[in-house]
Design a protein around this ligand. Structure first.
Ligand SMILES: [Fe+2]
Length: 350
């Protein structure tokens, strides 16, 4: 890859500061000339939280770079970007979960980038080693417990979910959820394939049917006592507690306890510059903003997630207590996610 030297992008609009960006973009992309007309970038995002748009507005106010957002389901976005090829209007691709970032990377939808700001702001295990994507927010795969049915203190690790004492009491989301694919991949990396296979078998033996299609109904089922324990991203229960999903969800969320097992699997939402970006430098600046302590906090809070560093100020997340991240590289998790999916399928995870 050819390196384009550090560039200073001068924004001509009155009142805007000159911003230095250190970046190198992939070969074949011309360096943008200092731009006197408003720059526009397109963002395809698998995040679909209205509050994200406020962050994009803040970025535009700061930089003068206009952001056009298309939000859709991750898989649909990946397909769209593939079919659009070099005609895509997307400069930035935002996806949730290591498994999906890995798919998009394998399909060549990102281009490698370099950024001193991103190397500083995004911990190394939360970004691609070749700079094709960068983590923006962190989400923790947690155990949701109905304390009337199971003592939360008996759940200390994911391994405890395979305890035969939980037979008929465990609710799981279906195999095709990348959240669970990544969870299983993280266990393969930490505990090896044989141990993980036995764990998957033990959990499947404990499952109360059916397998759920998403985390929120699963959390509701735990709250109603239809199952005693389940596995969810904690932001779903935080969202229920916040009342954003209505009074009934709030009441239900108050019936459950979130347990952060030790260590916890941490996943990300992440973004990269698309291979065919028209404005790769402006695209990288948006990613830098979203990963910065200022922008990143808002992006995390928008979905009750954790920022890249520290735990933020979300009152619902604070109520869940602290967690210890397992520290596994998200890139490595992505690369094992297909093997994880095969293991799940072979062992009865529907
Ligand atoms: Fe989600």
């Amino acid at each position: 890859m050819k390196r384009i030297p550090s560039a200073t992008l001068r924004l001509a609009a009155a009142g805007l500061t000159v911003v230095s960006i250190s970046t190198a973009v992939g070969a074949g992309l011309a360096q943008q000339a200092p731009n006197r007309t408003p720059v526009e970038i397109g963002v395809y995002s698998g995040r679909h939280y209205n509050t994200d748009k406020e962050l994009y507005r803040q970025f535009t106010a700061r930089t003068g770079i206009k952001v056009n957002v298309l939000e859709s389901k991750d898989d649909a976005i990946i397909e769209r970007l593939k079919s659009e090829g070099r005609n895509t209007p997307a400069d930035v691709l935002v996806l949730v979960d290591a498994a999906r970032l890995d798919i998009a990377t394998d399909q060549g939808l990102f281009q490698p980038t370099r950024s001193a700001a991103l190397q500083r702001d995004v911990p190394a295990n939360l970004r691609d080693s070749q700079g094709r994507w960068y983590g923006l927010t962190r989400r923790v795969r947690a155990v949701v417990v109905n304390p009337k049915l199971v003592n939360p203190a008996t759940i200390r690790t994911y391994a405890d979910l395979a305890n035969p004492a939980l037979k008929g009491k465990l609710c799981l989301r279906e195999r095709k959820s990348p959240y669970n694919q990544s969870l299983v991949a993280s266990q393969m990396i930490l505990r090896g394939d044989a141990t993980t296979r036995n764990w998957v078998r033990g959990m499947v033996a404990n499952v109360k049917q059916p397998f759920f299609t998403s985390d929120t109904p699963l959390a509701r089922a735990v709250a109603r006592g239809e199952c005693a324990v389940g596995v969810v991203n904690s932001y779903y229960v935080a969202r229920m507690l916040s009342g954003a999903g209505g009074a009934e969800d709030k009441r239900l969320a108050q019936q459950v306890k979130i347990v952060y097992v030790n260590p916890s699997h941490v996943n990300i939402s992440g973004a990269g510059v698309t291979r065919h970006a028209k404005n790769p430098q402006a695209a990288l600046r948006l990613i830098e903003f979203l990963a910065s302590p200022t922008g990143g906090r808002g992006y995390a809070e928008a979905n009750n997630e954790y920022p890249l560093k520290g735990v933020g100020n979300n009152p619902y997340l604070k109520g869940f207590g602290t967690f210890r991240a397992d520290g596994v590289s998200v890139e490595q998790i992505g690369s094992r996610s297909r093997a994880a999916t095969q293991m799940m399928e072979a062992n009865g995870w529907k």
